[in-house]
Design a protein around this ligand. Structure first.
Ligand code: NDP
Length: 477
């Protein structure tokens, strides 16, 4: 069956179709999806614009009830949706199911937020005048998402957009249309009025660009690569759109001499290699103090050799395949870059053959690396990490912050003094102590600094900064 796009409350065919291929087994076609064009996208934008006046004035209780129903259904179908996600993206089943649960919880959270939205009221400096600070929906919002979290990232953009009364044009990543379609199908039965939510699946160069170019779209929330994000940001500035960008990371995990070695290795293995290293919060720079360096590297190599890389649906697998052939090629190129730069490959980095044809590679650890190397400065987005040896804590902080990115950072230490100091001095948007740099809660702000993010934070009640417009009203009564 062909999975269609959802425009103005109807399921519509695209210009052509594309197969959704399982990266664990490229002979497995997960689904066939209609590919939209700029024309379909403009129809979706027009439908969203037409639906906005009524939706923006609808009861927040109605909106909350709809989001609650969506969250309930996602949670009830977590196993089935988790399997779909694991099949199309390649993260292992436990991670995929966890992501689905997170998406369900996000909808439940914003169901509550819909009725909690409130303004402020205060005295004017002028006698007899009241001042109110009101929050209103922005209008039609365009949501453009990447392939690495096929349901959680759409959820944390769609749920607040709808909760606060905006209408939505959602463009999922072409690589993972299955989870996006399933989410749209759930929304289509949850009581969302026609045109309030629209999904157009298709190439970024057509669908994405049409959303960015449309004067009817008021605001754009994007997650993906730095290059595309900056291009979208520039276009939004030129046309006066509100924009929120979540982009790459080159996240440091600092390991001090006084660290619990097991906590350090667990945090590094999880942060660098789980989800096949395809997380913007992945720990790709492991900054290790001299005294613990050799023991840490030895323990890492031992653990990495025991990691089982295999089919995402195989319960024995710790790590699934890389999501696509293009991403695998990029990862292998970076392994060559590291070797050419003089880093020593301690383990991994090679293609693995499995019974099913898929994009498998062994997680790679480089040692004797320098922070200036390309492998330590550019986002690889795969299971490749570099160890950087440092003399002391001061050098560790300097190296951790010496990057154009600033999404997440971590430190493993038993020292309260160093943990507190690192929380203060880290130039990242999220700081972890004795935890992996990846893995965050859904009810608190998510986002970075420097080249990683632009605009207001996502998630938690902070999401209102992007999805609402502030109005200040003065009344002389
Ligand atoms: P992109 O930034 O290109 O894609 C993200 C989303 O933007 C996709 O939906 C994509 O559509 C869309 N898009 C692409 N071009 C445009 C455009 N001109 N206008 C509007 N929308 C557009 O990332 P990729 O998925 O191609 O991955 C490339 C690299 O980005 C990865 O190798 C990785 O390094 C990094 N990345 C980082 C992520 C992060 O969270 N930090 C997440 C994903 C990727 P389409 O369906 O055509 O891809």
């Amino acid at each position: 069956m062909e999975h269609r796009n959802y425009v103005g409350g109807e399921w519509v065919a695209g210009a052509d179709t594309a197969p959704n291929i399982n990266p664990s087994d490229t002979a497995d076609v997960v689904g066939v999806h209609a590919r939209a064009t700029a024309q379909h996208t403009n129809a979706a934008i027009a439908a969203a614009a037409a639906a906005f006046p009524a939706w923006s004035r609808s009861s927040p209780e109605l909106r909350g009830d709809i989001l609650d129903r969506v969250g309930t259904e996602i949670l009830a179908r977590k196993d089935e949706l988790g399997e779909l996600l694991a099949r199309e993206e390649g993260k292992v089943l436990a991670e995929a199911t966890g992501e689905v649960v997170r998406a369900g919880r996000v909808f439940k959270f914003f169901a509550g937020e819909a009725v909690r939205l409130s303004g402020e009221r205060g005295a004017s400096v002028r006698p007899g005048v009241d001042v109110e600070i009101l929050r209103e929906p922005e209008g039609v919002v365009g949501l453009i998402t990447p392939w690495n979290f096929p349901i959680a990232i759409p959820a944390w953009k769609i749920a607040p957009a709808l909760a606060y009364g905006n209408t939505v044009v959602f463009k999922p990543a072409e690589l993972v249309p299955g989870s996006a379609w399933a989410l749209a199908e759930i929304l289509s039965r949850a009581g969302v009025p026609a045109g309030v939510f629209n999904m157009v699946s298709g190439p970024g160069s057509q669908v994405g660009q049409a959303i960015v170019a449309s004067p009817m779209v008021r605001a754009i929330s994007f997650t993906g690569s730095v290059a595309t994000g900056r291009q979208i940001g520039t276009a939004c500035l030129a046309s006066g759109k509100k924009v929120q960008l979540e982009m790459g990371g080159k996240n440091p995990l600092v390991v001090l001499d006084d660290a619990d070695l097991e906590i350090a290795v667990n945090a590094a293995i999880n942060g660098a290699f789980f989800s096949t290293g395809q997380r913007c919060t992945a720990s790709s720079r492991l900054i290790v103090e001299d005294g613990i360096h050799d023991a840490f590297v030895a323990a890492m190599v031992q653990r990495m050799k025991a990691l089982r890389v295999g089919h995402a649906l195989d319960a024995e697998s710790d790590i699934g395949p890389v999501a696509s052939a293009a991403q695998l090629a990029q990862n292998l190129d970076y392994v060559q870059v590291g070797v050419a730069e003089g880093a020593r490959l301690a383990t991994g980095g090679e293609v693995l053959n499995r019974p099913h044809a898929g994009h498998y590679m062994a997680p790679a650890l480089f040692v004797e690396t320098d922070n200036a190397m390309r492998i330590n400065q550019e986002e690889i987005f795969g299971p490749v990490a570099g160890v950087i040896r440092v003399r002391d804590y001061e050098e560790a902080v300097a190296v951790a912050n010496d990057t154009e990115f600033g999404l997440s950072s971590g430190i493993v230490t038993r020292s309260l003094k160093h943990a507190a100091d690192f929380k203060r001095r880290s130039s990242a948007g999220m700081v972890m102590v004795n935890l992996p740099t990846a893995g965050v809660d859904y009810h608190v702000p998510f986002g970075g600094r420097k080249g990683s993010s632009y605009g207001p934070r996502e998630q938690g009640s902070y999401a209102r900064e992007f999805y609402t417009a502030v109005k200040t009203a003065y009344t002389l009564a």
